[in-house]
Design a protein around this ligand. Structure first.
Ligand code: DGJ
Length: 381
């Protein structure tokens, strides 16, 4: 028995050594990425959670002919960020026509965070009700005991009803309250933009809660979690703090880049500075990335040029930001994740994963690479 055990240990150790010496697999943005079953990874608009030595990639399951949710939110797991095991459907759409997440609704940009206090995995996503286009603009939340799920759907709604943003002082609030919607029936005029900046749509949505579409989540070093989402008809981003259990909003939120038309927010922190990379609003078509930085998550945020460099950088290499993934165990190692949408064949949408470099002053740079390996971060030092 002892002999057998030693043999087993030797075999495992040999396997580990062989594995450690195996060449790293290249990351090739824009190509098909096959999971352990040989099928292209179906986790679009996604984000990645690292938990107890494993990365979990969550994203929208897209079908071949529609962007409506026919399946739900997918989960894949990996130890090395290049070999992905399909863990199945983490959050399933429901059959009950009365359910907010009935099959045929729209589920976009799911993100999962872990709550150390409750030991629960919390998923937030952008939800549009079936048959209502993009009018509902709701945030939705689900919870699970295990990273891969199953997630239990808890509910959906607009955000922080009745609450004025923290970065609107008494004078700004009075100015917002004085706005008369009848004076701004013509959209896209300079006068209308000014009114949007002053909170025309915050006022419009105050009672029912603020709109929430493209979104991400961020857990800060102190454990506080934030929901960052395109609000006010995609004109203004909001950064809203979550409750201690991460299952609701606690009423603290700010508006960010009012009337700036930013979507697809992705955020990371390096040397105490927050960096946000977003896109403009052009539906499924790519546009030029935008970048902002701040010393405090609630701002003020400073605008920077797009971080993208290389062929097709003006169109974010044909993609749209979705998440910035900190690579574990490596200093200053962040991966910019984006989606190359294929609206005519949604399941064939592709992924862009590129390493983030930093200029001497700390400004992030995302350079196109046809192929790269994770030891890029070690070689940089
Ligand atoms: C752009 C958003 O970023 C996507 O998530 C999706 O909502 C499309 N617009 C729909 O046109």
């Amino acid at each position: 028995m002892r002999k057998f055990f030693s043999l087993l240990v030797a075999l495992v150790l040999t396997a580990m050594c062989v594995d450690a010496k195996a060449p790293l697999k290249p990351i090739k943005s824009g190509e098909k990425w096959l999971d352990n079953t040989g099928v292209h990874v179906n986790a679009h608009g996604g984000g990645v959670l690292f938990h107890k030595g494993t990365y979990y990639w969550f994203g929208e399951n897209k079908s071949d002919h529609t962007s409506a949710a026919l399946v739900g939110v997918m989960c894949y797991s990996s130890k090395n960020l290049t070999d992905w095991t399909q863990e199945g459907v983490a959050l399933k759409v429901e059959n009950d026509p009365k359910s907010d997440i009935v099959r045929g609704c729209t589920i976009e940009r799911p993100k999962v965070i872990y709550n150390k206090k409750t030991k629960k995995f919390v998923m937030w996503f952008h939800l549009e009700l079936k048959g209502r286009g993009y009018a509902a603009a709701r945030a939705a939340v689900a919870v699970a005991d295990k990273p891969e799920g199953p997630y239990k759907f808890l509910g959906s709604g607009r955000v922080n009803p009745g609450v004025v943003p923290m970065n609107m002082d008494a004078a700004a609030k009075a100015e917002m309250e004085a706005l008369n919607p009848d004076d701004y029936k013509d959209w896209w005029t300079p006068k209308w933009y000014k009114a949007i900046e002053k909170g025309l749509f915050v006022k419009r949505d105050l009672q029912g809660g603020q709109m929430s579409r493209d979104m991400t989540l961020y857990v800060d070093d102190n454990g506080k979690a934030y929901h960052i989402y395109s609000s006010e008809d995609n004109l203004t981003l909001h950064i809203a703090e979550l409750s201690d259990d991460y299952l609701s909003h606690n009423g603290r939120y700010v508006r960010f880049a009012p009337a700036g038309h930013n979507e697809a927010p992705a955020i990371f922190k390096r040397n105490g500075k927050y960096w946000m990379i977003c896109s403009g609003c052009t539906g499924w078509d790519p546009n030029e990335a935008r970048m902002f930085s701040a010393d405090n998550i609630y701002g003020p945020w400073t605008k920077h040029p797009s971080p993208c460099v290389g062929p097709n950088a003006k169109l974010t290499f044909g993609g749209q930001s979705t998440y910035i993934l900190p690579v574990q165990g490596k200093k200053d190692a962040f991966i910019f994740m984006a989606d190359i949408w294929r609206p005519r064949h949604p399941s064939d949408a592709r992924y862009i994963w590129l390493p983030i470099d930093f200029k001497a002053d700390g400004t992030p740079v995302v350079e196109w690479r046809d192929s790269w390996t994770l030891d890029y971060f070690d070689k940089k030092k």
